[in-house]
Design a protein around this ligand. Structure first.
Ligand code: WTA
Length: 671
C-alpha cells in the first residue's frame, strides 16, 4: 500500500504480517447452522436484486403507517433517500406494536444498577413510560423537528428518553456522559437544542458521580457567545445527591412524568425524517454531527441484529455492553433489540465494580445468550485472568460479538475459548457511526470464522478494498476500505454542513464512500481491517481526533505547539501520546523532574476539561521542535515511531531533517 501523503499514518506492518499468518478457521456447528436465522441463500437472494432485497427487509421488519412505494432515490447523491414516501414512527415500532401483538408481558429490559439495584421493564411498562415522557416533552414545548440533547448515564430512562424523542419526531443528540461541560456546550450549540435531558448523577466504581453541574456549566452565559437555545433541562433523579436548581428552567423528570398521561399518539413521520444526530470525531478539530434518518436506519439496524446475532426474541437474552453515548448503544441497545422485540440487559456500571467478575456474574444471573462487546474489554479481562470468568456459569452464551476496533487473534481465541466455551461463534462486526449499522461481519450460522477478520460484507452491502487509484485490489492485496453502493442506514449528512459531508467521505475516490480504514483481502477474498489511515485514533474502541486533542492542548497558555499520535497499546488498542512545545520559561521548568510532573498533570487535566477524561494523553513529551513537511504539515508517522520506541522511519521529506535527532536526543536525557 502506497500513500501520496507523507504524513498519513500507516497501519503497522508487523501486525499486518501476523494477521497474514493466521490460518485458523472455525465453521459453525451443524446444530447452530441448522437453526440459524440467516442461511447461506441470503447472499444470493440479496445479490439477485439488492433493492428488492432491502425493500423486503423494510417491509418484513418494520410496521409502516403508510407503506413506501419507492425503495431508493440516489439522484441527490451522496445524500440518499430510502423508502422515501413511507410513513412510520420509530418508538411505535420499538414498543407499541409488540404490546399490540400480545407481547406486553415480555421483558424488554433487565436493568442492573452498579450497586446491585435492579428493575425489570416489560414492553407494556416501556409503552407507558415512553408515552408519558413523550407527553412531558410536548408539555415543555418540544415539537417535531426540535433537537433534544441527552446527557445521561446508562439507565432505563436513557432508553426511554431516546424513544420519547423519536415518538414526537424530535431528533435526539446523545452526548456521552464522560464528555466535559465544554464538549457538551459545543454540541448543544451546534445542534441548537431546545431541551437537555440529564440526571443528578450516576454511580461509577461505587461512588455517586454528579452529572448536572456539567449541564449547568454548559448552559452558562459567556461573553461574546450567543445565548443558549435551551429552554428547559429535564433531570432524572438517580443518586439523590444535591443539585443546583435554576427556577423555570429545570424540571424533575419524575415530576414531569407523574403528571403526564400514559397514552400518547405517536407522531408519524416520513422515512427520511431525522431520527438523531450523533457527534463523532473526525480529522479536524470540530466534531461532526452525523445525521441519521428513520426508515432506512431502522431497517438495517433490525436486519443486522436479527441475522448477525441470530436473535430469537422469544428465547434469547441479549446484552450489548456499549453506552448509549456511542453509535453502538444507539443501534444495538436502544433501537434494533427493541424493534426486534428482544429481551435485553442494560448495565449501569463498569466491568470491575464491585469486583472483576461483575460482567460474568450478570451473564449467569440473567442467562445471557448473546453478548456484544469491544476488544478492549476482552483484552482487559484477559489480563485479569481466566480464573475470574471460570467462577461463573457462562454456558448460556451462544453468540459472541465484537465491535469498535480490530480484534487481535489472541484476544479472539481467548474470547472464544474462555467466554464462549469453544463453541459460540464470534461475529467480528465492522461498521461506523456513519454507516449506522453493521456492514461487514460473518454470519454465525454460515461463515467459517477466522480469528481477527470481519471477513465479508453482509448480504445487501457492497464493500471493497481499493488502491490509490480506486482500483479493486486482488486477493492478497491491501489498500483502503470503501463502500461502493448506498445502504439503508447510511448517514444522510453532517448536521448543517453538506460540503463537509461530501468532502470527508466522497472526495477521496470518485463515487465511493471512503471509510478512513485500511484493509487487506486474504487469499479467500475475506476482509481484514487494519485500523485508521487518517488522523483519527481508536482508544478503547472510542474514536478520538488527533487534531481535536491538539487544539485542546494549544488552548492552554503554556503550550506553543502540540502534536498528538495514537501509539499501539496492548489493552486499549491505541493510547494518546502528545508531543508539546512549551512557551518560554515553561520549557525550562519542565526540564526538572518536578516541573515535568506538574506539566503532565496540568495538561492532562486541561484536556479532560476541554474534551473529557477519555481524551487525556497517556504520555506527554516535551520537545524543542516538531517534525514538519515543507508545506508545514506535522509528520505524525515519525512521532509514532518515537512513541512506540521504534527506529525513526524515513525523514527525508522533512523541512529540517535534523529535527528528529533533536527530539530523540531530548527524550533520551533523563527528566
Ligand atoms: C473501527 C463504532 C476493525 C474502524 C461502531 C471504524 C473496527 C471505527 C471494527 C468506527 C472492527 C469498528 N474491526 N475496526 N470490527 N469496528 N472499527 O464510529 O476504524 O465509533 O472506522 O463506530 O472503528 O468507530 P465508531
Amino acid at each position: 500500500m502506497r500513500n501520496t501523503e507523507d504524513d498519513v499514518p500507516q497501519p503497522e506492518t508487523s501486525s499486518l504480517e501476523n494477521l497474514l499468518h493466521e490460518t485458523r478457521s472455525f465453521p459453525p456447528t451443524p446444530e447452530f447452522a441448522a437453526q440459524a436465522n440467516a442461511q447461506p441463500g441470503l447472499y444470493a437472494e440479496a445479490s439477485a436484486g439488492r433493492l428488492a432485497f432491502w425493500a423486503q427487509q423494510a417491509t418484513e421488519l418494520l410496521t409502516w403507517k403508510t407503506p413506501f412505494t419507492e425503495t431508493l432515490d440516489w439522484s441527490g447523491a451522496p445524500v440518499a433517500r430510502w423508502f422515501g414516501d413511507g410513513i412510520l414512527n420509530a418508538a411505535y415500532n420499538a414498543v407499541d406494536r409488540h404490546v399490540e401483538a400480545g407481547h406486553g408481558d415480555r421483558v424488554a429490559i433487565h436493568f442492573e444498577g452498579e450497586g446491585g439495584d435492579t428493575r425489570t421493564v416489560t414492553y407494556a411498562d416501556l409503552q407507558r413510560e415512553v408515552s408519558r415522557a413523550a407527553n412531558a416533552l410536548a408539555a415543555l414545548g418540544v415539537e417535531k423537528g426540535d433537537r433534544v440533547v441527552i446527557y445521561l448515564p446508562m439507565l432505563v430512562e436513557s432508553v426511554v428518553a431516546m424513544l420519547a424523542c423519536a415518538r414526537i419526531g424530535a431528533p435526539h443528540s446523545v452526548v456521552f456522559g464522560g464528555f466535559s461541560a465544554d464538549a457538551l456546550r459545543s454540541r448543544i450549540a451546534d445542534a441548537e437544542a431546545k431541551l437537555v435531558i440529564t440526571a443528578d448523577g450516576g454511580f461509577r466504581r461505587g461512588a455517586a458521580s454528579p452529572l448536572k453541574p456539567a449541564v449547568d456549566e454548559a448552559l452558562e452565559e459567556r461573553e461574546g457567545e450567543p445565548a443558549t437555545t435551551v429552554q428547559h433541562v429535564l433531570v432524572v433523579r438517580r443518586t439523590g445527591g444535591d443539585v443546583a436548581w435554576t427556577e423555570h428552567r429545570d424540571v424533575w423528570w419524575h415530576e414531569a412524568l407523574e403528571s403526564a398521561d400514559v397514552r400518547h399518539e405517536p407522531v408519524w413521520v416520513d422515512a427520511e425524517h431525522p431520527l438523531f444526530i450523533l457527534y463523532t470525531s473526525g480529522t479536524t478539530g470540530k466534531p461532526k454531527g452525523i445525521l441519521h434518518t428513520t426508515g432506512g436506519y431502522l431497517t438495517q439496524a433490525a436486519y443486522t441484529h436479527r441475522n448477525v446475532f441470530d436473535l430469537k426474541p422469544e428465547s434469547d437474552v441479549y446484552w450489548c455492553t456499549a453506552d448509549i453515548g456511542w453509535i453502538t448503544g444507539h443501534s444495538y441497545v436502544t433501537y434494533a433489540p427493541l424493534i426486534n422485540g428482544a429481551t435485553q440487559v442494560v448495565y449501569e456500571g463498569t466491568p470491575d465494580s464491585p469486583h472483576r467478575g461483575r460482567w460474568w456474574e450478570i451473564v449467569e444471573k440473567y442467562g445471557v445468550t448473546i453478548l456484544y462487546t469491544a476488544p478492549t474489554a476482552i483484552r482487559t479481562c484477559m489480563k485479569w485472568g481466566e480464573d475470574i470468568p471460570a467462577q461463573f456459569d457462562l454456558s448460556s452464551l451462544r453468540v459472541l460479538g465484537s465491535v469498535g476496533e480490530p480484534i487481535n487473534p489472541e484476544a479472539w481465541m481467548w474470547y472464544r475459548r474462555v467466554i464462549g466455551g469453544d463453541k459460540a461463534p464470534i461475529v467480528d462486526t465492522w461498521w461506523q457511526t456513519e454507516t449506522g449499522a453493521i456492514m461487514i461481519s460473518p454470519l454465525p450460522g454460515v461463515t467459517a470464522t477466522k480469528p481477527g477478520s470481519a471477513q465479508v460484507a453482509l448480504p445487501g452491502i457492497v464493500a471493497d478494498v481499493v488502491d490509490d487509484e480506486a482500483h479493486s485490489v486482488p486477493n492478497g492485496g491491501g489498500g483502503y476500505l470503501v463502500l461502493s453502493e448506498p445502504w439503508p442506514s447510511m448517514l444522510r449528512g453532517i448536521w448543517g454542513d453538506l460540503e463537509r459531508f461530501k468532502d470527508t467521505y466522497w472526495s477521496r475516490f470518485e463515487g465511493l464512500y471512503f471509510a478512513g480504514d485500511g484493509a487487506k483481502k486474504d487469499e479467500d477474498g475475506d476482509i481484514w481491517l487494519l485500523g485508521r489511515v487518517d488522523d483519527v485514533m481508536n482508544v478503547s474502541g472510542h474514536r478520538l481526533s488527533t487534531t481535536e486533542i491538539e487544539s485542546a492542548l494549544v488552548s492552554h497558555e503554556i503550550v506553543a505547539e502540540a502534536a498528538v499520535v495514537g501509539a499501539a497499546d496492548d489493552t486499549t488498542g491505541q493510547a494518546v501520546v502528545a508531543f508539546v512545545i512549551l512557551r518560554g520559561e515553561h520549557a525550562d521548568k519542565a526540564a526538572t523532574p518536578e516541573g515535568s510532573d506538574e506539566v503532565q498533570l496540568t495538561l492532562r487535566n486541561h484536556v479532560a476539561k476541554e474534551i473529557g477524561p477519555i481524551a487525556k494523553p497517556r504520555r506527554i513529551l516535551v520537545v524543542p521542535e516538531l517534525p514538519k513537511t515543507r508545506s508545514g504539515k506535522i509528520m505524525r508517522r515519525l512521532l509514532r515511531d518515537v512513541a512506540e520506541n521504534r527506529t525513526v522511519g524515513d525523514a527525508t521529506t522533512l523541512a529540517d531533517s535534523s529535527v528528529m535527532d533533536l527530539i530523540s536526543a531530548g527524550l533520551a536525557t533523563p527528566g
